[in-house]
Write a protein that binds this ligand. Structure first.
Ligand code: HQG
Length: 183
């Protein structure tokens, strides 16, 4: 499949599996799941037809593993990044000692004052390595990386989750656990 086609499909799926399923007449089941058959039909009705093979290719090759099928491949979901209320049924995990958050320079001052907030998403997203954090931060201009003292947060009762595609999720990171890295 052409790269441009797979990017288009991926964006369409993100929009409807994370933010606006109702625009396709879909309702996410608990865990964020939607029937694959139901999704393909809804896409066709809404003038964005895609084949099952295309859907499978996008799920398999998405650079960030944004989507997963369930074990029987009858349902699909976005692994994270939702803005609508959904229980992803993730279980709490023991985080690595240090996690990273990449952001844009203009957000550094408010973040150091108020901590990392989830903004329009369900959780604050943290990366397991600096490279990934750098990519996330670069989406909005010149990136700045924070190291997050996850070991101490965990010890102090903060609950961490890990999505199926390796993004670490937490409700909030108070400023005292943040350190700006020189990159
Ligand atoms: C910032 C993409 C001011 C925060 C990526 C971020 C990631 C604050 C922005 C995933 C703040 C929210 C998530 C505060 C946080 N004051 N700004 N107190 N607290 N912010 O997109 O982490 O392509 O919701 O630093 O690759 O950038 O969607 O979160 O810049 O994995 O699959 O507010 O989204 O993946 O932005 O990105 P976002 P994010 P996908």
């Amino acid at each position: 499949m052409e790269k441009s086609r797979s990017v288009k499909i991926s964006k369409y799926l993100s929009k409807h599996l994370r933010h606006q399923p109702e625009r396709l007449g879909l309702q996410l089941e608990s865990g964020g799941w939607v029937g694959v058959e139901e999704l393909l039909i809804a896409c066709e009705i809404h003038q964005f037809p895609m084949t099952r093979a295309e859907l499978e290719e996008v799920v398999a090759t998405s650079d960030k593993q944004r989507f997963s099928f369930d074990e029987t491949k009858t349902r699909i979901r976005a692994n994270q990044g939702h803005s609508i209320e959904v229980d992803l049924q993730l279980s709490p995990q023991f985080p690595p000692d240090v996690l990273y958050h990449g952001t844009a320079r203009q957000f550094v001052a408010p973040i150091l004052e108020m901590g990392l907030q989830k903004m329009s998403r369900h959780h604050v997203h943290l990366s397991p390595d600096i490279e990934t954090a750098k990519k996330v931060g670069s989406r909005r201009g010149s990136p700045i990386i924070f190291a997050v003292d996850a070991a101490n947060m965990h010890e102090n009762g903060f609950i961490f989750y890990r999505s199926d595609n390796g993004v670490w999720l937490v409700d909030f990171v108070p400023p005292e656990y943040l350190k700006t890295l020189k990159i």
